[in-house]
Write a protein that binds this ligand. Sequence first.
Ligand code: NAD
Length: 436
Amino acid sequence: MKKPIIETRGKLGVLLPGMGAVGTTFIAGVEAIKKGLGKPIGSLTQMGTIRLGKRTEKRVPKIKDFVPLANLEDLVFGGWDIFEDNAYRAALKAGVLDKTLLDQLKPELEVIQPMKAVFDQNYVKKLHGTYVKKAETKWDYAQMLMEDIANFKEKNHLDRIVMDWCGSTEVFIKPHAIHEDLENFEKGLKENHPDIAPSMIYAYAALKMGVPFINGAPNLTTDIPALLELADRNGVPVSGKDYKTGQTLMKTILAPGLKARLLGLSGWFSTNILGNRDGEVLDDPGSFKTKEESKLSVLDYILQPDVYPELYKNYYHKVRINYYPPRGDNKEGWDNIDIFGWLGYPMQIKIDFLCRDSILAAPIVLDLVLFMDLAKRNGMKGIQEWLSFYFKSPMTKPELYPEHDLFIQHMKLKNTLRYMMGEEQITHLGIDYYED
Ligand SMILES: NC(=O)c1ccc[n+]([C@@H]2O[C@H](COP(=O)([O-])OP(=O)(O)OC[C@H]3O[C@@H](n4cnc5c(N)ncnc54)[C@H](O)[C@@H]3O)[C@@H](O)[C@H]2O)c1
């Protein structure tokens, strides 16, 4: 018999390293929803339902009425940034939400002042941080972040905290010996090892304090044995990497359908234009490489060329991101997909997605915060694979391949909720409806 989940009580702090477009669209969005100025569209925790038992039972509660999640009224926001702007000014600069909406939220947003960041320009070449902490070693930075977390908790009388990296994409790094175990990692912090990125210092501080950590960017961050060891030791859940929005969302919706119908693929060319700060950061080849790795792996895992060599062995896959300032956060993503069908006859699919990046990302941040808090209260620790639904590059145990198919991810998420609450799994077999 499963242990009952600990009910939510008191306030939940949400700490964001990085209060840019995604971070402020999330915070302002929650404040707008609380005031009845908008609806939480795109959020499973707020609008989604879950079927329980047989179809004939007609039990379909809202997810938020089924599992004990923190209420929006109980969220308290904070964070760090390398620029001093409060959440109101940062949201205005990000240019995602209308000024008229932001003005109605000004009192709530103006009081959210970022704390000074831990920043290293070697990791984000295009940004010049002015609002940053100063210390001798990375170890000292970690201690300062832990102090920030403790002060935030005390000042706001919080019961629990979740941390979500909404900071810029850092340059691509490969796992190094320093990342192999916690002892080496801590030595590396003390010796200022260059392969310890700022996002890893935030994650270390969070995990040390028992705070669940989400990685919204494609950075390596918690995807290293040292930090997973710490998460395990302290009983803390982690999840990542890289929110699944825009073009990759479309890819993981479409590719499973092509594969289900056994349609072949000879090429998939994806290109984007975007003009926000994220686009500027990704204009640097180091940061782009991190993003590219995250975006490219998706198709191989879904299409399984080794299992279906005649259909998917030699497809050409290219992903391009182009910084184009006039578009701001309103990205345009084109996909040209060359497929083939019966007897090898070629066909083409074109997608032109005029999307709004941060509008797609904000509900993901909200759901992840609430589900990671739920996981922590439910005694779940380490990688939360059931939250793959939200990520471009889902974290898994090294011996497992990640599941990218959005529909399998969705089923996995809902079955995990059923499992947590002691409800039957739904297999969609349904044959019993036709048996006497
Ligand atoms: N749909 C999406 O927008 C989307 C999807 C997937 C992933 N992401 C990722 O989410 C992250 C945020 O995206 P965004 O559009 O909000 O970008 P953004 O540039 O608007 O915001 C990032 C913020 O992080 C700050 N920052 C950078 N380094 C920092 C550090 N060390 N400590 C604290 N703050 C730091 C920057 O000053 C900036 O304000 C990026 O890594 C992006 O790749 C975004």
